[in-house]
Design a protein. Structure first.
Lengths: 350, 350
DNA sequence: CTGAAAGCGCTTACAG
DNA sequence: CTGAAAGCGCTTACAG
């Protein structure tokens, strides 16, 4: 690296061509690994490339070739460890495929999602991986991204519906099966009065998990009482506050399938405050397997979703789409795994 | 949006110009908001832009103007909530400044860091925000990024040293002051035998926190015994395993300043296993204020670093650098705040 | 106020 | 095997 040269302006193919007496075209062929170039010429060019500290300008190449080497990753909540892991998985696979990740975080705001998509699309991503903000709808997303750029929808559906929307690939978690597994596990421990605790009913993932819970209860021939459904915001604090509602009526539950781990951990807090020992007097399951689940007191039975693997999977689906834009849209439902820990490992006590 | 048109090829300035009978140049001026354009012409062009569903090609504009509208964000561990929050803060400010975030995750591998930087630099970022992988060194980073692209170093220093390296901006946490505050707090509670627990001595942040701890002990006139320093990997499990080393000698500590929250939570685990009640029989402080700290049993006294605010700050420093490339390099030390909870709120008991 | 022309850094038929 | 030429989608002096 010639520091005197590199401090001034960027080195281009012209500099390399001039530096070793060949044409720009030949240097380009060398860079792209064409077999047409003479061995000797290639060596000479490669030396010169190194000598001048050449940096490939991928944007210029993309412009000329009408290709893209980026993928936009638009997340509803990057600060959530689940999505952070997901992003790490996406980036891992994209990087292997020589793509760069354009990051956008919407913070659960449909309005910001519009702005973020509108800005990212100007950078010409080859595709978009979108985990929608709450309340985001298909028409707005489509208006922002157009019909040229393939979209992979992760984690939730959009509101509204459009013909184009049906052509997008999807990667969803198996929410229904997960909640069913958790419910069946509690039934096997001997519980019959099982609540479904936390989350708001208007969310598509809450809906799916409720379905799984109901299905398991139905198959076991257990009637579900209305007060076994307690809605909360999907946060620890709100769940802790709502704990009392579980015990406000007769036939109080002896166990709860929680919407997610945050809610389950909040319920533990609320139970402790009432002198009820989670994992001894009351059985609990969560959903997500956050880092804390293995270390809570008691450790939390939950459903592992392996967000990093989901990220890798999402990137693979999108890369496949870029290779074959005409293929039919795919819907992938990712499996979730029941992880049994002490919070649920006992028969009913109350 | 004409779906028949938009399905085929991308709309360019030429299409718009042809569509309303002006030149490409005029359309460009409209797009860039030039005051030169006649009001009427502007309105006509803007209509046509909307009608054809034009999407600005920022890459082409950047090529022509020799500018960049992206910033690379290279993180040692995106899956860590601290860095995920940091990334969210960075992205927030960059988006406001009309920049897009190019994400790269190195997973704490210096080798991957090389590859990631080499790949990102080809996309022509205006600058790079780098939170180095462990063991990353200045020479390799400089070789990958060259001398043209400004770098902001976050969180840790690189190994090795080079003249160019000194010209990089820095944003570091006030590790020393944080550990000093924690130590002083324990001293005020009446503790004298205070350990420094966890982390490896070859890490620059461990080093700085140890310095703060020693400074506080020295100022209080308390001699530090060698066995009050226990090294561990900065993880919960390793910390739990190492707990016994605190009590292997006479004059065992009654409190510990922990390297970070993960280590502090692990120490709680280890203490509980030995029948020692953290927060009653033994005082503990952490560092980071992870989400879990407020909910552990007992809640953990720790140092809040506000990673999202750090991210915003990092982006602001880098944007300032892009506006003024010639300004002197800056070093910013971000404050940390002691958050007192129950894990440390008592005098020595043993 | 508007248009013709040159050029950002690359790639790719096409000749030779 | 190599070079001259055209062109990706923009911007920007420069004329008029």
């Amino acid at each position: 690296m010639e520091s005197s040269a590199s401090i001034r302006r960027k080195i281009t193919l012209n500099d390399i061509a001039a530096g070793c007496g060949v044409s720009r075209a030949t240097v380009s062929l060398v860079l792209r690994g064409s077999p047409l170039v003479n061995k000797n010429t290639r060596a000479r060019v490669e030396d010169e490339l190194r000598r001048q500290g050449y940096v490939y300008n991928r944007a210029a190449a993309n412009l000329r070739r009408r290709t893209s080497s980026s993928v936009a990753l638009v997340l509803n909540d990057l600060a959530n460890p689940f999505f952070a892991e997901f992003a790490a998985g996406v980036d891992e696979v994209l990087a292997e495929g020589e793509f760069v990740t354009l990051l956008g975080n919407t913070g659960e705001s449909a309005e910001r999602e519009q702005a973020v998509l509108g800005s990212l699309i100007e950078h010409g991503p080859g595709g978009i991986i979108l985990s929608p903000a709450e309340g985001s709808d298909a028409r707005h997303v489509l208006a922002a991204v157009g019909t040229q750029t393939p979209v992979l929808l992760f984690n939730r559906e959009l509101g509204g519906s459009l013909p184009e929307y049906a052509h997008w690939d999807r990667l969803m978690l198996d929410n229904q099966r997960g909640a069913k597994l958790a419910t069946q596990h509690l039934l096997e421990q001997g519980h019959r009065r099982i609540a479904f605790f936390g989350g708001h009913d208007d969310s598509s993932s809450v809906h799916q998990r409720l379905d799984g819970y109901r299905e398991a209860m139905h198959e076991a021939g257990v009637d579900v009482l209305p007060h076994w459904r307690v809605e909360t915001a999907p946060t620890r604090m709100d769940a802790a506050r709502a704990t009392e509602q579980l015990f406000a009526h007769d036939a109080a539950p002896t166990a709860a399938v929680c919407y997610n781990d945050a809610v389950a951990l909040g319920l533990m807090l609320g139970l402790n405050q009432r002198g009820i020992k989670p994992g001894e007097d009351f059985a609990i399951t969560g959903f997500d397997d956050v880092a804390e689940a293995a270390f809570s007191t008691p450790p939390l039975t939950t459903l592992a979703t392996d967000p990093r693997a989901r990220g890798r999977q999402a990137a693979q689906i999108l890369l496949a789409r870029l290779r074959n834009p005409q293929a039919d849209a795919t819907t992938t439902v990712a499996p979730v795994t029941l992880v049994i820990r002490e919070s649920s490992a006992h028969p009913p006590r109350s």
